[in-house]
Write a protein that binds this ligand. Structure first.
Ligand SMILES: [Zn+2]
Length: 139
């Protein structure tokens, strides 16, 4: 009796895919990952940069509030503990921001922009609006 479905009849029993079919699928997955990974890493770098800039803006805004409330002149520098609310409603930040790339923030004197101590591009208030085109080195 002749088989009703010739392609299925030629397959060996117990073998769902040939080696060539599996290699083609793996190659396609590799190409997709190769296209998507750099874009994903760039988006992550851009997100960390924007978060860092927003944190720097928060720090500087709280620093200006501290200077106004305590009658400080330009050039005086608050300590981190002067800016963070200890729970009594006397601080200017609920908590000190965490640098998203693992760095630290340096509080500069009143009248100057505070800084991030990482060397990643865009991690400063002078570079607000920068678009990341290079991939951030692994951190
Ligand atoms: Zn930063």
């Amino acid at each position: 009796m002749k088989a009703m479905n010739p392609p299925l009849a030629r397959r060996r029993p117990g073998s769902a895919f040939t080696l060539i079919e599996v290699m083609i699928v793996v190659a396609i997955i590799g190409i997709i990952v190769g296209i998507a990974a750099p874009a994903w890493i760039r988006a992550r770098s851009q997100s960390r940069m924007k978060t860092c800039q927003e944190n720097l803006q928060k720090i500087d805004q709280s620093k200006e509030q501290w200077a106004l409330a305590n009658n400080k002149k330009p050039g005086s520098t608050p300590a981190q503990s002067d800016l963070v609310d200890p729970g009594a409603g006397t601080g200017y930040l609920k908590s000190f921001p965490t640098e998203p790339s693992g760095g630290n923030y340096v509080i500069k004197p009143v009248g100057e922009d505070s800084e991030c101590d990482t060397t990643f591009p865009g991690h400063s208030l002078a570079e607000v609006g920068l678009v990341i085109t290079d991939i951030e080195p692994s951190s």
